[in-house]
Design a binder for this molecule. Structure first.
Ligand SMILES: NC(=O)c1ccc[n+]([C@@H]2O[C@H](COP(=O)([O-])OP(=O)(O)OC[C@H]3O[C@@H](n4cnc5c(N)ncnc54)[C@H](O)[C@@H]3O)[C@@H](O)[C@H]2O)c1
Length: 483
C-alpha cells in the first residue's frame, strides 16, 4: 500500500518494543496469558505507538454521524473534513449501512475487523436521538481489533443554553468514560467537543486520537475553539521551530527532545549543571544545544531567551517539563521540602513565562508560539504524602487557565498535560505496592512510557493545534485515580 506514512512494523516487533514492564512481558507469552486469564489478573497488551513508518490505522475505520432525528448517515456534522483527511491518508473508510449493524460472528469474513470508529454526534439535541448512537455503536464495537480507537465528536455543552440540548451533549462525556472502561486490548475512546471549530482543526484532532501518538490517552475530551489552524508540513510539522525543553537530561524531558526533533524542531535542552553530561548526550543526539541552568534562578527566563536568540534566532515552543518530588505527610513536611517543590514546579514556570511573555519584550516568544506545561494526575486527584507536589501541579492547571485568554490575541496557546503513571526514574523510586497499583489501575492496565507524553506534547505544539488553548489533557491510560 502506497501510504504517505510508509510501511508497517510487524506486530511482533511492536510487541517486543512496547511492553512497558516485566509483568507485561510475562503476560505477553502464551503461558503467561493463560495463567493471567485463569487467575483473572490484568492482561496488558503492547500498545500501538506512533512511528513515522507506520500507518494511522491498519484496518477500515467506520465513519458516521447521528443526526437530530437519531438516524445514522455517512456525512453529517463535521464528517466531510474527517473523510477528506482519512482519504488523504489512504485509510479505508466504512460507511454506515445495513452491514454496519451486523454483529461479527466468529469466523465471519463478511464483517471485517475495524481499526476505529469515528462517530459525529454534534447535531444531537435530544436524549432520544442518542439511541442512534447505541444502535450503530453496539454492534460495531464488537468488531474492533486490538489497539483500535473510538473517537466521538460533539458540540461543547458550554456553547449551548437549552437544558435539553446541553444534557444531550454532556451525555457524550459519560459515554466516552464508560466505553473507555469497557474496551480491552489497548483500544481507547476519546472525544472532541468541536463546536464552531474550523474543519481542519477537527480533522487534526481526530487524526491525533486515531493515531499511535495518543496511545496512552484514554477516556479524555478535548475542547477545540474557532481559531484558524496555522499551516504545517504534514511529515515534519515542527520544521523551522525553535523549542526549549526544561528538565531535558532524562526521563520524560529526554523523550520530548527526541520527538520534537523528529518532528522537525531545533531543540534547546535545559537542565541543572549537575546533569550536564547526560543533557549534552540527549541534545547532541538531535543536533540541538544545551543550556545548563537551574530554572529557579531569577534570571532563568532571560537566560533562555538570550541563548535562543543568539544560537537559533528566536523561540517558538516552550515545554515546562522540569519537576521534582519531595514526598512527606504534611505533619512531617519541612519548610525546605515544601519550598523546593513549589519553587521548581510552579514558581519557576510562572517567572519564566512572565519574562517570555513580557509586553516590553515582544521579540521574545514568537507570535503563534506554544507553551506546554507538565501538570500531573496527582495535581487533579491529590496523593498521600504529596501536598507540596499536588499543590504545585494543581497550580500549573490554574496558571494555564488564566494565561490562555491573555495570549490568544498573539496566536500563542498554552496548555497542560497531566501524566498518570509513566515509567521513569521518578516512578521507579516509588515503593512496590503503590507503584504496582499506579501501573495497573487504568483501562490499559499498564504504565505509560515517556514517549507517550512526548507525542501528545508534540501534537499540542503543532501549528495546526491553534484551536486548543487553556486545556488540560490527561495522559494516564484512563487511570481510575482522579477520574
Ligand atoms: N513520571 C511520572 O509518572 C510523572 C507523572 C506525572 C507528572 N510527571 C511530571 O513530568 C515531568 C518530568 O518527570 P520525570 O518523571 O521525567 O522526572 P525525572 O526526575 O526523571 O526528570 C526530571 C528532570 O528535571 C530536572 N530538574 C529538576 N529540577 C530542575 C531545576 N531546578 N532546573 C532544571 N532542571 C531541573 C532533573 O535534573 C531531571 O533531569 C515532571 O514535571 C513531573 O512532575 C511525571
Amino acid at each position: 500500500m502506497s501510504n504517505p506514512l510508509g510501511k508497517r512494523l510487524l506486530p511482533n516487533q511492536r510487541a517486543r518494543q512496547d511492553q512497558t514492564d516485566a509483568y507485561g512481558q510475562l503476560v505477553a507469552t502464551g503461558l503467561g496469558q493463560a495463567v493471567a486469564k485463569r487467575l483473572g489478573l490484568p492482561r496488558p497488551v503492547a500498545l500501538r505507538r506512533f512511528a513515522v513508518t507506520e500507518l494511522l490505522c491498519d484496518e477500515p475505520v467506520l465513519v458516521a454521524s447521528i443526526g437530530p432525528d437519531g438516524e445514522a448517515s455517512a456525512d453529517g456534522g463535521h464528517l466531510p473534513a474527517v473523510l477528506d483527511r482519512l482519504q488523504h491518508l489512504e485509510i479505508e473508510v466504512e460507511a454506515p449501512d445495513e452491514d454496519t449493524t451486523r454483529t461479527r460472528a466468529a469466523g465471519d469474513v463478511e464483517a471485517p475487523r475495524l481499526g476505529g470508529i469515528v462517530l459525529d454526534l454534534s447535531t444531537v439535541r435530544t436524549p432520544e436521538a442518542l439511541a442512534g448512537f447505541r444502535a450503530l455503536a453496539a454492534p460495531a464495537v464488537k468488531r474492533l481489533q486490538p489497539n483500535a480507537r473510538v473517537v466521538l465528536i460533539g458540540t461543547d455543552p458550554d456553547e449551548l443554553t437549552d437544558p435539553r440540548e446541553v444534557a444531550s451533549q454532556q451525555a457524550i462525556s459519560g459515554i466516552v468514560r464508560s466505553l473507555g472502561k469497557e474496551l480491552r486490548a489497548g483500544a481507547t475512546t476519546n472525544a472532541v467537543y468541536a463546536g464552531e471549530a474550523v474543519a481542519a482543526s477537527v480533522a487534526n484532532t481526530v487524526e491525533f486520537f486515531l493515531s499511535g501518538r495518543s496511545a496512552y490517552v484514554a477516556g479524555q475530551i478535548l475542547r477545540i475553539n474557532a481559531a484558524e489552524p496555522r499551516p504545517q508540513d504534514r511529515g515534519r510539522p515542527l520544521t523551522g521551530k525553535v523549542a526549549v525543553v526544561t528538565g531535558a537530561a532524562r526521563g520524560i524531558g529526554a523523550a520530548i527532545v527526541e520527538v520534537l526533533a523528529r518532528d522537525g524542531a531545533t531543540v534547546v535542552g535545559v537542565d541543572v549543571p549537575a546533569a550536564g553530561e547526560s543533557l549534552a548526550h540527549v541534545v547532541n543526539n538531535v543536533q540541538g544545544t544545551a543550556l545548563a541552568l537551574d530554572i529557579t534562578d531569577p534570571t532563568a527566563g532571560q537566560q533562555i531567551l538570550d541563548h535562543c536568540r543568539a544560537r537559533h534566532g528566536g523561540l517558538d515552543i516552550v515545554i515546562h517539563n522540569a519537576g521534582i518530588t519531595r514526598d512527606k505527610l504534611l505533619v512531617n513536611m519541612t519548610e525546605d521540602r515544601w519550598n523546593q517543590v513549589l519553587d521548581v514546579n510552579l514558581g519557576a514556570v510562572l517567572a519564566i513565562n512572565e519574562t517570555l511573555l513580557a509586553p516590553s519584550d515582544r521579540g521574545g516568544l514568537a507570535d503563534g508560539a506554544r507553551i506546554i506545561c507538565l501538570s500531573s494526575q496527582n495535581g487533579i486527584a491529590g496523593a498521600r504524602g504529596q501536598t507540596n507536589y499536588a499543590a504545585s501541579k494543581a497550580g500549573v492547571i490554574g496558571l494555564v487557565a488564566a494565561t490562555a485568554p491573555l495570549v490568544a490575541d498573539r496566536g500563542i496557546t498554552i496548555n497542560a498535560v497531566a501524566p498518570g503513571f509513566i515509567e521513569t526514574e521518578m516512578t521507579a523510586r516509588m515503593p512496590l505496592a503503590p507503584r504496582e497499583i499506579g501501573r495497573r489501575l487504568n483501562s490499559l492496565q499498564q504504565g505509560g512510557l515517556p514517549v507517550d507524553v512526548a507525542e501528545t506534547i508534540a501534537f499540542l505544539a503543532q501549528p495546526g493545534s491553534q484551536a486548543i488553548n487553556g486545556q488540560v489533557l490527561r495522559i494516564c491510560g484512563q487511570s481510575l485515580i482522579g477520574a
